[in-house]
Ligand binder design. Structure first.
Ligand code: ATP
Length: 354
């Protein structure tokens, strides 16, 4: 079974994590084919467009895409992968790898997943000068007067639709059924009654379709506190886009580094995979980026493509490298984990453990 993966290496330090990850996948010899759509600055030089049609076709024709993070001109490709491909559920596992440098005293057993709505909320990209709202005469519920009268300023629109909420919450429940049968919803429904309140209302409705899965809900600030104090009580946590963005980075911090946080974005017809971290520009060119997030994203991708056995092999190899570090000292880990290894050396250790 040949599967084609479109690889977009991304910007700054991202390619330094993506390339060895792809090398490791190639070494599995399981019939994976890799194609490399040219996007961003390089594509602009060659074709005049940062996201030419040929790149789009390569993504369309591939079974999935592996995406390093972008800081700039490859953003067009990212927009296509999200909004073009309607990948509405951003899945961000928060799994403690024994041996990694978590700031918590007892992180063993942390294993929850944030499912972040990926396409709307404040990310619909509708912002502008407050004065533009004057014709609408919108009166703020808390301020009790038209918002445009507040003076020189900007607005951003938060959109929560029934359709997008239903599908992401159903996705979360489906995922919980494969895990520990528990879904938590985190919203700011006490303040944002009309929007987040609606998200929660729809989530409650959807929960009745899954009587075998436990459902609870927290105000998102309360959830943030509980995520740190009692992370082991959570299984699948579903939330609107912005909170999911913020809290999954915070969860990466709980585990010990953004370099450990994997992610996959799923739609009904397409999924793509990317480490949850950004492009780490401050460490670009130094060969010290932690590739664990990229490798764990590749594990998710292998699972998605039907290579469950190989996914487990890579995950186990990673576990082994971290466990060895716990037993013999963290030297073999990358600097974000207190080690002195380069990305290349770390990947060689994972390959050896394979
Ligand atoms: P974005 O806005 O795209 O999410 P960001 O501004 O949050 O990006 P990141 O690129 O995620 O920034 O980096 C934040 C910090 O975490 C930086 O100091 C970076 O070096 C560090 N970091 C991120 N990813 C890794 C990694 N894989 N290995 C080591 N350090 C990392």
């Amino acid at each position: 079974m040949i599967k084609t993966i479109a690889v977009i290496e991304g910007d700054d330090a991202a390619p330094e994590a993506v390339r060895p990850t792809i090398d490791l996948l190639k070494s599995l010899n399981i019939g994976l084919e890799f194609v490399y759509p040219i996007v961003g600055e390089e594509a602009e030089k060659q074709t005049g467009s940062v996201f030419p049609d040929v790149a789009k076709r390569m993504i369309d024709n591939a079974d999935t895409t592996f995406f390093g993070s972008t800081s700039g001109k490859s953003g067009g490709a990212l927009r296509y992968l999200r909004w073009g491909k309607q990948t509405y559920a951003n899945v961000r596992p928060c799994l403690h790898l024994p041996g990694c440098a978590s700031p918590l005293r007892d992180p063993d057993g942390i294993d929850f997943v944030i499912v972040r709505e990926n396409l709307e909320d404040l990310y619909v990209g509708c912002e502008g000068p407050l004065g533009d709202l004057a014709p609408l005469g919108l009166v703020g519920r808390t301020i009790g007067r038209p918002v445009h009268e507040l003076g020189d300023g900007r607005y951003a629109i938060k959109v929560i639709t029934r359709e997008a909420t239903e599908r992401v919450v159903r996705f979360a429940f489906g995922l919980a059924r494969k895990r520990r049968n528990q879904v938590t919803c985190a919203t700011k429904h006490n303040m944002l009654r009309g929007s987040d309140g609606f998200f929660l209302e729809v989530a409650r409705e959807v929960s009745s379709e899954f009587p075998d899965v436990a459902f609870d809900a927290f105000i998102v600030d309360d959830f943030a506190c509980r995520m740190i104090r009692e992370p082991k009580r959570f299984d699948v946590v579903v939330m609107p886009n912005l909170y999911g963005d913020l809290l999954s980075d915070a969860a990466g911090g709980l585990l010990g580094s953004l370099g450990l946080a994997a992610s996959g974005c799923f739609g009904d017809d397409y999924a793509y995979f990317e480490p949850a971290h950004g492009t780490a520009p401050d460490i670009a060119g130094r060969n010290i980026i932690n590739p664990t997030a990229a490798l764990l994203s590749a594990v998710m991708m292998l699972d998605h493509l039907g290579f469950a056995r190989e996914a487990v092999r890579i995950r186990d190899a990673l576990f082994r490298v971290y466990a060895d570090a716990r037993d013999r000292g963290t030297g073999a880990l990358t600097p974000d984990q207190g080690g002195v290894a380069t990305t290349t050396e770390f990947c060689a250790a994972v390959a050896a453990a394979l």
